[in-house]
Design a protein around this ligand. Structure first.
Ligand SMILES: *Cc1c(COP(=O)(O)O)cnc(C)c1O
Length: 388
């Protein structure tokens, strides 16, 4: 075989995505998108109803005490629809606790929408939020009506103490509503919505449930959802109107992501067959463990201490070696069929390796082996010495 033919074959190898979404999906999930259904097709409306009920079950709740609202678009659209609809137009004030880019994104959404903000509670991106500090900040400002936190902060891969924050907020004399961005945790980490005393929990189709991108979903406490009526700062991202549409005739108000919902329905069946969220978390934890072991042998220590780390995505600082070139390494890995995630951390030069999607321990070992080959090709000395 001529050499460039081989190279072309290699470069067209089906890539494995070690990223937090879009991610590697199964053949069954992809093939569920082969049918074109109209937005009012009875089969499609049944899929929508089943998906909404399944998601509520996954959060340990059921209608009508809680409602599931699906919103077209990526996860950010879901967060924006909740923030822009839940906080009242008059007299509302939002407290955001942030330890990474997604907490900061909630602050950015609030600024764009003109939602009054309390001074944010921040923690370093490599550390979990301090639940006591978040509750204390809410207690100190009686004007705060809503508190929002990220469950798993995907920036560096940190798990935040959502249960402790929710318990603390619920114990305040006039508890604020509690909003959780559980985008990259829901479907793997437990999300006991009622136990958390959460009023809104948001995630999306293309994270731990392993569907394709296309929509987000919010599990909403019924009274808190009804209180959203008329608050929205946007027509298309009006959480209450979206719910009223789904609850009324079962339809989306505007063009639904039909194919993404068919794929998601197939992904949910696979999620259940894997043992639900606990089964999925077991696989992700095994992936994370295999990654840490392989990377340790190359000299890489994780950026986040295991105490605060989740098993969804792992951040590593780049090698200090003058021969190391991240862009070159990234491209060489893509050529081999492995897609990593460039760092999103602010403080340090880093890269990230996701363990979610249709990946198993062998895939994690394969990406480490490929990285080792690329580092040796660049002339990087192993084991590496990392920047700090
Ligand atoms: C992925 C993600 C989002 C949403 O990002 P989109 O690119 O809009 O899908 C929000 N929060 C967290 C924690 C995430 O991981």
């Amino acid at each position: 075989m001529r050499k460039n033919t081989l190279r072309r074959l290699l470069s067209t190898r089906v890539p494995l995505l070690f990223t937090p979404g879009p991610l590697t999906t199964s053949a069954a999930t992809k093939s569920a998108m082969q049918t074109d259904l109209g937005s009012r097709d009875g089969r499609f409306l049944r899929v929508v109803a089943d998906v909404r009920a399944s998601l509520l079950r996954m959060g340990g709740v059921a209608a009508p005490a809680y409602e599931c609202v699906l919103t077209q678009g990526s996860g950010t659209f879901g967060v924006e629809s909740v923030l822009g609809s839940a906080v009242p137009r008059h007299g509302g004030k939002l407290l955001v606790a942030a330890n990474g880019a997604y907490g900061e994104r909630m602050l950015a959404i609030a600024r764009v929408l003109g939602i009054p903000l309390a001074p944010p509670v921040r923690a370093h991106e490599r550390e979990a939020l301090d639940a006591g500090a978040v509750v204390a900040a809410a207690a100190a400002d009686p004007g705060v009506t809503h508190v929002a936190v990220v469950h798993h902060e995907t920036t560096a891969g940190v798990l935040n103490p959502v249960a402790a924050i929710g318990r603390g907020l619920a114990a305040l004399p006039s508890p604020p509503a509690f909003i959780v961005d559980s985008m990259s945790a829901f479907g793997a980490y437990p999300a006991p919505v009622a136990e958390w005393r959460a009023h809104f929990v948001v995630s999306s189709s293309n994270k731990c449930i392993e569907g394709v991108p296309g929509f987000s979903f919010a599990l909403c406490e019924g009274a808190a959802l009804r209180a959203c009526k008329g608050n929205a700062r946007s027509l298309s991202l009006d959480l209450h109107a979206q719910w009223a549409g789904l609850a009324g005739n079962g339809q989306f108000r505007f063009t639904p992501p039909t194919h993404a919902l068919l794929a998601f329905s197939a992904a949910l069946a696979q999620h259940e067959a894997e043992g639900g969220a606990p089964g999925r978390l077991r696989r992700y934890a095994a992936n994370h463990g295999a990654l840490l072991r392989g990377m340790a042998a190359l000299g890489f220590k994780p950026y986040v201490a295991e105490r605060d780390a989740g098993c969804i995505i792992t951040t590593f600082l780049v090698p200090k070696d003058p021969h190391f070139n991240f862009a070159g390494a990234y491209d060489a890995l893509v050529q081999r069929g492995f897609v990593l995630y460039p760092g999103k951390t602010t403080a340090a030069d880093s890269f990230r390796v996701g363990s979610i999607g249709q990946l198993d321990v062998r895939d994690m070992e394969a990406v480490v082996q490929a990285l080792k080959e690329v580092l040796l090709e660049q002339g990087v000395a192993l084991p590496v010495v990392q920047a700090e």
